[in-house]
Design a binder for this molecule. Structure first.
Ligand code: NDP
Length: 249
């Protein structure tokens, strides 16, 4: 069994594109919606020919873009609703406590990583509720209805130990805020049986992770995609690494 539909944000490159490629290998997923800011420039994405793949524009920082996407997705998924919203899009702008003060740099990443992810999640709730009701069952399952957020171990306050502290200060703040939003959702949306889980994908060789990162995109996303497809009751409200182990907040 697999979710009927998955929507991935930031699917044109990096971890989003990697996850998408692995989900395309799962034939039971009937609708895969890959979103990106400018589909006309998403060359690799456009080369992935598959009738189940729908490429749609989305800038998560724009309410208008989010609501236009909702209208298109509603037409695609119909009465089945949307099974999985995978909030992957994110940014990292280096910020150092001992460096120059910049309200703008701090707020920019809090906006994209936490606020915009929160707004798109709220927008898609009707379609997620529809999927949860339509698919039925007793508890929580990735096959029923789910919000999966790509967070980061950097959000763990307990794990702050000096490694990369300088450049990651504002990014950490933004992902901690995202985790806080996700935990609240897991409690508030439990009555609809919408699973909510946050992941750190590991340190991956993407434009954001850089070439010194430990993991290749294909290896990291193969494991992550496989484990996402197993999510159930035990993972609701959790903040996990790619091996499904709990990361302390
Ligand atoms: P990349 O920088 O390679 O890709 C980021 C993606 O997010 C791009 O598709 C980008 O689109 C998209 N994006 C950024 N802002 C917006 C926006 N406003 N609207 C729509 N899309 C947007 O990063 P990664 O693939 O490495 O990161 C993916 C996720 O994983 C992020 O949330 C990141 O924080 C997280 N993560 C990454 C780690 C790593 O080691 N790489 C470690 C821990 C977490 P565009 O091409 O248009 O810019």
């Amino acid at each position: 069994m697999a979710p009927k539909s998955i929507l991935i944000t930031g699917a044109n490159r990096g971890i989003g594109l990697g996850l998408l490629k692995h989900f395309l290998k799962v034939q039971d997923i009937k609708i895969i919606i890959a979103t990106c800011r400018d589909p006309s420039k998403a060359e690799e994405l456009n080369n992935l020919k598959d009738p189940r793949l729908h490429i749609l524009p989305l800038d998560i920082d724009s309410d208008d873009s989010i609501s236009k996407l909702y209208t298109e997705v509603e037409k695609l998924v119909g009465e089945d609703g949307l099974t999985v919203l995978l909030n992957n899009a994110g940014i990292l702008l280096p910020y150092d406590v001992e460096g120059e003060k910049s309200r703008h740099t701090m707020l920019r990443q809090i906006e994209t990583n936490a606020v915009s992810t929160g707004i798109i999640t709220q927008e898609f709730l009707p379609l997620l509720k529809k999927a949860a009701a339509e698919n039925g069952g007793e508890g929580f399952s990735i096959n029923r209805a789910a919000i999966v957020n790509i967070s980061s171990t950097a959000a763990s306050v307990e794990r702050i130990d000096g490694t990369f502290n300088g450049p990651l200060v504002a990014y950490r703040m933004s992902k901690s805020a995202l985790n806080s939003f996700a935990k609240s959702c897991s409690i508030d949306l439990a009555k609809y049986h919408i699973l909510v889980t946050s992941f750190c994908p590991g340190w991956v060789k993407t434009d954001m992770g850089g070439q010194n990162a430990l993991l290749e995109i294909d290896d990291a996303t193969k494991k992550l995609a496989g484990n996402i497809l197993t999510l159930g009751d035990a993972h609701h409200g959790a903040y996990l690494n790619a091996d499904l182990n709990v990361i302390p907040n």
